[in-house]
Design a protein around this ligand. Sequence first.
Ligand code: SGN
Ligand code: CA
Length: 524
Amino acid sequence: MDKMNYFLPLVGLATLNGCGNTVKKAEQKKPLNIVYIMTDDHAQQTMSCYDKRFMHTPNLDRIAAEGVRFTNSFVCNSLSGPSRAALLTGKHSHKNGYTDNSHGAMFDGEQQTVQQLLQEGGYQTAMIGKWHLGSTPTHFDFWTILPGQGDYYNPDFITPEGTIHKEGYVTNIITDLSIDWLRHKRDTAKPFCLFVHHKAIHRNWMADTCDLALFEDRNFELPETFWDDYQGRLAAGKQEMNIAKDMTLIYDLKMLDEEIDDHYRSYYVRNEGAGGTYGRMNVAQKAAWDKHYQPIIDQFKKAKPTGKALAEWKYQRYMRDYLKTVKSLDDNVGHLLEELQQEGLLENTVVIYASDQGFYMGEHGWFDKRFMYEESMRTPLIMRLPEGFGKRGDIGNLVQNIDYAPTFLELAGLPVPSDIQGVSLVPLLKGENPADWRKSLYYHFYEYPAEHSVCRHYGVRTERYKLMHFYNDIDTWELYDLQQDPIEMHNLFGQPGMEKITEELKAELERLQIFYDDPIRNLN
Ligand code: SGN
Ligand code: CA
């Protein structure tokens, strides 16, 4: 690809040539910057540019309106660390070595990464926010990261100089740190790639105190699959991420009371170390929190819902807390866009917004992610594009998070090494429709046995079908026709009439496993 295609002309600049004549630097181009904003567990159902049912997200919508919205954007392994490793390497989990979040997992930062290639190509690189890869970040000129999952309130951050503590709400702080880096810390002579990685909207969905009152008057319709009984889907029935059964009253839903039982209570109330999500708040924050939640706790104790009523009550509380947390995120994305605009950076910066994976907002009765089913294999992906990129509106091609690294490299005018497994999205951003674009995606989830008990599985997704194989302590296959059954309730595997498509999809799955060189394959 000709790198000059993606660089913007520097207008009106004049210089002296070797003979002392003034020449217009018509050929000189201004390199593109990249701002990659990633949230955690952000369901595209709760972005109004994707889905208008729940809330309005004007700032996220602005990114899509001034650029593109990918309507078929997926991850390769729906979990934080693996998704981040895929982002940084452009490779599937088995190739970058980071297959799950299990305790002690360490990303090998010595391997080839996109930030390393950008840095070697003259870019400044910065990483701010959730890192979640165990090891110390490599090849960033600047980094300030949350330890592990980080905290919503008064978070600590790890920096090359040691751990620092910040008072306040994490989404505001990550935005402030990013703006501070843009304004004061970067070398303005160089192009940059800034990774802004939010903690929000991760469990336990804690909003900023200023947003607590939002959505309290709303009653959300239950998703049509809320009461799913998982018939014909063994692995789906074994999970432990069910709102009715597994969502906790204190830790998840903030019903802090002596009479309420919750084995996760200490994760909420302890006041030292990471994770005491309520316990680590300061006096003013706790006062605002209690003022909001105490009347809800009182009401809950009075009503004492049980059975189906309790499940529905939990769903409403979950939705409200989650959406409040998104509100702050959307506001902060707005602040960052404003900053880029005011600094005159928007004209040569590509702003990308994605999540580390999708999330269940009650579909199949669930919260969390992990499964290759649509809600969690999908991830939002929108990009604000400067002039010079022809495409606006929707892009429907099948894309995956392994494609981000090669996209960044091509935006920077740098070559894409042949061992990168993803494909640059730049041709799509230019409005091209490459005839040889991929027709299927590969997925592999490994973290089992583990929290939420989602069995290991791999699979293939084409535009119309999905074939999944759950393996390890079970051996089951699932097949969906996404055109007929977009909510994936009818497992067609083994049904009469499905023989031919099953055979084709199995062949395609094997082709992908060989193509991507996954050592775990052919498990029949
Ligand atoms: C934590 C959460 C889980 C979540 C994982 C992975 N439990 O362990 O609910 O699935 O993170 O999430 S909690 O009790 O600590 O909230 S990921 O996005 O980081 O992969
Ligand atoms: Ca996540």
